[in-house]
Design a protein. Structure first.
Length: 392
């Protein structure tokens, strides 16, 4: 089925990333020992040598590539590009962090990362009007200067940052806590399709993967790892945005924060960052000046004319005439294979072990394991204690 060495290598990288568990530091620990995918695939693993869990060791010692082949076929059909860590298109800054993903999935346009300044923009999902307007103003200036804005496409500050970049006709990147073909949150469906057409969607999770509580903190290290600096616009003291700032700090990135009222809960996190040494930002030039000579392409500072235009746009919004940010929706179907549908139907009203599923469906053990892995990734089923499975 696969005739090119590149295809075979990518399938093995997908297998390795799945076995090492996306979002964990397992891949980085193992890659310290070897970075040749054929050797990674062929070797026998044990926990004492690698310092990873027995679950990961067992997964690495199972050499079945069927799940990886399924994912690769799906990627080919849906214009998704799997990019291994040693591919030239993999962002070099991200490769240098202590726990880089073994493989990224790209959907959209791919920039030359090293030729651009990237700034991550994060903040609360429930932003105030002050946070909304501050994000639009600062991100408009950053985008027009030539800086690429990176966000998590969440509600609130993240989505507003990406919208500002698109309104400025600039490229933007969204790092997702789910597969690049899954739209989350649903409210940002129009934004998702705009980014797909005019920017780049990135995830370490395979296609059709749904987000969970743990995937967002894991995603944050990629946002900060991609970037030269991270801007926190509005965040309370328990905000996940502060996790991203902490990741950025440990990765040696610049930290920026927008100040807010001292009695506003959603400004306490950003004000604390400024107290602890983050650079206070009141307009885009506060960030642009820090990176003016770092990029091969010169950055354009924000001018008086920019501020005048932004003031007019803000006045329009106050009159109930928001800038048009909508785009026609283009839903994509989430498909299951015949084998996956058979297992889902089987588990609709009962809990079964892997062996019982294989027996009832007539599949061999390897195929059953591969199908179960894909269904767990797609959030259609979940594994229970005792190697049993049930329908979500």
């Amino acid at each position: 089925m696969y005739h090119r060495d590149m295809d075979k290598n990518i399938i093995k990288w997908i297998w390795f990333a799945l076995a090492a568990v996306p979002g964990s530091s397992n891949a980085a620990k193992i890659l310290e020992l070897n970075d040749e995918i054929d050797e990674l695939y062929e070797r026998t693993y044990d926990a004492q040598d690698h310092g990873v869990s027995q679950y990961v060791i067992d997964a690495l010692n199972q050499k079945d590539l069927s799940a990886a082949e399924q994912i690769y076929e799906y990627c080919l059909e849906h214009d998704i590009l799997p990019v291994p860590i040693f591919d030239r298109r993999y962002p070099s800054k991200l490769r240098e962090i202590i726990d880089p993903p073994a493989l990224l999935y790209f959907k959209g346009q791919i920039p030359v990362f090293d030729e651009n300044v990237l700034i991550g923009v994060v903040g609360t999902r429930e932003c105030t009007d002050y946070g909304f307007e501050s994000t639009l103003q600062i991100c408009d200036g950053l985008a027009r200067s030539g800086i690429i804005i990176v966000s998590g496409m969440a509600k609130g500050i993240d989505g507003t940052a990406a919208t500002a970049a698109l309104n400025a006709n600039a490229f933007t990147i969204a790092v997702l806590g789910n597969g690049v073909d899954v739209i989350y949150p649903p409210e940002n469906e129009a934004l998702y399709y705009q980014i797909k057409q005019r920017g780049l969607l990135i995830s370490e999770y395979p296609p059709l993967s749904h987000s969970t509580r743990r995937t967002f903190p894991e995603r944050n290290r990629i946002i900060s790892g991609l970037c030269d600096g991270v801007l926190v616009v509005e965040a309370d003291l328990k905000s996940g945005a502060l996790i991203t700032a902490d990741k950025a700090l440990h990765q040696g990135r610049n930290i920026y924060a927008v100040p807010g009222d001292i009695d506003r809960e959603k400004s306490k996190g950003t004000n604390r960052l400024i107290q602890n040494g983050a650079k206070m930002v009141t307009d885009a030039n506060d960030i642009i000046v820090e990176h003016q000579f770092a990029a091969p392409k010169s950055l354009r500072p924000v001018t008086k004319r920019d501020f005048e235009r932004l003031a007019k746009e803000k006045a329009k919004r106050k009159k109930g005439k928001p800038i048009d940010r909508e785009q026609k929706k283009q839903p994509e179907a989430e498909l299951l294979s015949a084998g996956e549908r058979a297992i889902c139907n089987l588990l609709a009203d009962q809990k079964l072990t892997q062996d019982q599923i294989a027996d009832k469906c007539g599949f061999d053990a390897a195929k059953t394991a591969a199908l179960l892995m894909m269904l767990v990734i797609k959030n259609k089923i979940r594994e229970l204690p005792g190697n049993r499975y049930t329908r979500n």
